[in-house]
Design a protein around this ligand. Structure first.
Ligand code: T46
Length: 135
């Protein structure tokens, strides 16, 4: 499946930890946008879409949450619970985020500006879209 976990280099010293993320070093695309979600209500599941073009790195900088990934053929569940780990997800991947702890902050680095036309928000449409691309 087209995703990977990136382990970021930790710059630790007696004061604590620091993670630095730079385009072309830790991040395999030009970062055009950063957004994050916090205060997610217990039990909420969000996402429910795929992107046609967008690449992203998801980092749970505080607390934890889980990510469900689906490429139309296979699925995977990823636990994000370390501020030094990033989940790299490319296009054509259905995603859902869930099991947010009350202190969870899910930060996302994105390769594109916000564009609603890049979203596929209907699962049946997503399956048709990925199957069409295989032909
Ligand atoms: C994704 C997952 C991981 C903006 O105005 N600008 C933005 O850059 C984003 C991301 C959202 N918004 C607005 C659009 C909606 O009115 O914020 C509201 C919530 O967005 P959405 O319902 O798309 O949020 P999620 O949690 O379902 O999905 C988000 C990203 O949209 C998506 O690209 O991969 O996080």
């Amino acid at each position: 499946m087209n995703y990977s976990i990136i382990n970021f280099q930790k710059h630790g010293d007696e004061r604590g930890m620091l993670i630095a993320l730079e385009t072309t070093k830790e991040v395999p695309f030009d970062i055009k946008r950063v957004y994050y979600m916090y205060d997610t209500i217990a039990g909420v599941r969000r996402g429910f879409h795929a992107h046609k073009k967008l690449q992203q790195i998801l980092i749970c900088t505080s607390g934890s949450c889980k990510i469900h990934l689906d490429n139309g053929k296979e699925t995977a569940e990823v636990l994000l619970d370390k501020p030094y780990e990033g989940l790299y997800v490319t296009n054509d991947m259905w995603r859902e985020m869930y099991d947010f702890t009350p202190d969870a902050v899910l930060m996302v680095l994105a390769s594109e500006f916000y564009d609603e036309s890049d979203y596929i928000r209907n699962y049946d449409e997503f399956i048709k879209y990925v199957n069409r691309k295989k032909d």
